[in-house]
Design a protein around this ligand. Structure first.
Ligand code: GAL
Length: 436
């Protein structure tokens, strides 16, 4: 027993990070397009980025070459809805063509509605701080359901609320670059309501039965040893509320279980829960590492030692996270799991032989998949694995230095080169994960 024959071997991206074409065919500005100045390394922006908007067919061809079974991408809200209630058909056309191209090549599209580039027209009335956003988001979900759900079955409402809220409104390192921790409860409520209304709307206007989930992230803790106490400690860390809106259960308990943690109760009513808690089809989550190992004396003692393996983001490499997190999440939420993002940034460049050798990434992917396989063998249903990212892209405040892609992008020319890891992933997919 191992990976299911329908396992979704995939890779992921997000509109703002890859598309470019930031004002083309009627697209309006989003917060990352308009407010980035002074907040990104070397003031880089994603106006052109990997220019996926113009390289779409070539990129799908490369996905096919890698053998992907699925591709997770996001829709740019400011590309398709250019003001309250105003639909931009040309923007929709791009996603229609992308979906057609994917299906023609046997690749299942997984569509994310919100991956952080809030339209400026919404930001101007307060964006996530104003409850009006909930119905604007529902309208957007309706437009997308009507346009794409005859061909798209998988939808993800919102990507990593943990990160865009902490980053955007607490630490001020992500758009809209604010520091207003006092808005945390208000924003959390609006995001949860938007999620709930989007699920209702997708189901209502979906042209076929849809499979809907979310793509949260949050600290995952892995046990230091294998004793029941170690495992219990790790679970406690994973399901702790210590980091508030940055934690797992702040979101997943109300959204999936309909249980509101005490700290959220001043903001969320029982009426709200009826909207927020909609049946979901899978527990999607983005996971890059377990932030801390757990010591018997508490979850906050990191096992950091000199020379700990790290990625170019400085993130520790802890492959066992892909064994423990699926187990923990399945146990608590009883939904099939989907790894909606996992991957690493590396110091990739085109080498003298014209190729991009990235043995660290090959090793990273293999070891994470071996752990995922172990979780599957122990009974955790896992629908798929979406490597982050299909191609190098704009890594938010880090700009372009941090390369996560399976495909190398030369940002000067738009030229693409498959990295060694793309070929290694291809082989894994060919054996359906039997040979990792
Ligand atoms: C996630 C995010 C992605 C990507 C990745 C690597 O938090 O969803 O957009 O940037 O991290 O940092």
């Amino acid at each position: 027993m191992g990976f299911d024959e329908n396992f979704l071997w995939g890779a992921a991206s997000a509109a703002h990070q890859v598309e470019g074409a930031y004002l083309e065919d009627g697209k309006v500005l989003g917060i990352w397009d308009a407010l980035y100045e002074g907040h990104v390394v070397r003031n880089e922006n994603a106006h052109v980025s990997a220019d996926h908007y113009h390289h779409m067919k070539e990129d799908v061809m490369l996905m096919k070459k890698i053998g992907l079974k699925s591709y997770r991408f996001s829709i740019s809200w400011p590309r398709v809805i250019t003001n309250r209630g105003v639909v931009n058909q040309k923007g929709l056309d791009f996603y229609n063509q992308l979906v057609d191209e994917l299906l023609k090549n046997g690749i299942e599209p997984l569509v994310t509605l919100y991956h952080w580039n809030l339209p400026m027209w919404s930001y101007q009335y307060g964006g996530w701080k104003n409850e009006e956003i909930v119905e604007d988001f529902a309208f957007y979900a309706k437009v997308i359901a009507e346009a794409l759900s005859d061909r798209v079955r998988y939808f993800i409402t919102i990507n990593e609320p943990q990160v865009f809220i902490a980053g955007g409104y607490v630490y001020g390192i992500h758009a809209p670059f604010e520091q207003c921790p006092e808005s945390e409860l208000l924003i959390s409520r609006n995001v949860m309501l938007a999620h709930g209304r989007a699920v209702q709307t997708l189901r209502q206007y979906g042209k076929q039965p849809l499979l809907i989930g979310m793509a949260p992230t949050g600290s995952g803790f892995t046990p230091i040893g294998n004793t029941p106490e170690d495992i219990e400690q790790a679970k406690m860390g994973t399901f702790s509320l210590e980091t508030r809106s940055n934690s797992n259960i702040w979101w997943a308990d109300p959204i999936i279980l309909g249980v509101v943690p005490d700290v959220l109760k001043p903001a969320i009513s029982e009426e709200d829960v009826k909207i927020i808690c909609q049946p979901l089809d899978f527990y999607g989550f983005n996971v890059y590492n377990s932030q801390n190992y757990v010591r018997p004396n508490g979850p906050n003692q990191p096992d950091i030692y000199p020379g700990l393996p790290r990625t170019a983001m400085d993130w520790p490499i802890t492959p066992e996270v892909l064994y423990w997190m699926p187990k923990f999440f399945y146990e608590r939420y009883k939904l099939p799991v989907m790894i909606t993002e996992n991957g690493m940034a590396n110091l990739d460049f085109v080498m003298a032989d014209g190729e991009v050798h990235d043995p660290q990434r090959v090793d990273y992917v293999k070891r994470h998949l071996q752990n995922l396989k172990k979780a599957i063998e122990e009974g955790v249903p896992v629908l798929g694995y979406q490597y982050w990212s299909i191609m190098d892209n704009f890594e938010w405040a880090e700009g372009f230095d941090k390369r996560f892609g399976l495909i190398y992008v030369d940002y000067r020319t738009g030229e693409r080169v498959l990295k060694d890891s793309a070929y290694a992933y291809k082989k894994i997919i060919e054996t359906n994960g039997n040979e990792i």
